[in-house]
Write a protein that binds this ligand. Structure first.
Ligand code: SF4
Length: 168
């Protein structure tokens, strides 16, 4: 009998809570009641994921950085040898979070939907979101430039819509 299929990559929307209101949000995060597992339930899900032995788990949402205990979740996955990715809009990013992210994630991706605040903030639905995303990138860049952790990387992702196409 062949072995059961297992997922290679898992994208886990850990919360529907989000400080942003993007026009393209497929999960309608921030617009509907926040649904989130308790921390203990999250850790049980982590253990179930580890049993599946995926290569990569992406923590997404919603905004994963507003989830209490998210670094313990990431750490447990990472210690099991899983490549951990965190997708964030950067809004809640604080300096102490950068160290935690570098410790327990392999990749951090900041969403950036425009080259200017005018374009980005309109798509992301909140004034100041461009500056917060850029500040998050600056903090990550500083941390990596200061030595970082071998193998850790960060970058941006962009949702292409009509209003930002010309600024790509
Ligand atoms: S940051 Fe992500 S989860 Fe939040 S509203 Fe935008 S697309 Fe949705």
């Amino acid at each position: 009998m062949s072995a059961p299929a297992r997922p290679t990559n898992i994208i886990w929307d850990v919360t529907y809570a989000c400080p942003l209101r993007c026009v393209h949000c497929y999960s309608e995060s921030g617009r509907r009641p926040t649904r989130q597992l308790s921390h203990d339930e999250q850790l049980r899900i982590v253990d179930s994921i580890i049993e599946l032995q995926p290569e990569m788990v992406a923590l997404a949402g919603g905004e994963p950085l507003v989830v209490k205990g998210i670094f313990e979740v990431a750490d447990r996955l990472s210690r099991a040898g899983i490549h951990v990715v965190c997708y964030t809009g950067g809004w809640p990013m604080k300096p102490d979070m950068v160290q935690e992210l570098m410790r327990c994630c392999d990749t951090v991706t900041i969403s950036l939907d425009g080259a200017t605040a005018e374009v980005h903030d309109k798509i992301r639905g909140r004034a100041g979101s461009f500056e917060r995303a850029m500040e998050a990138l600056r903090m990550l860049d500083d941390a990596v430039s200061a030595g970082g952790r071998p193998g850790f990387e960060f970058g941006i992702d962009t949702v292409v819509v009509r209003s930002n196409f010309d600024s790509l």
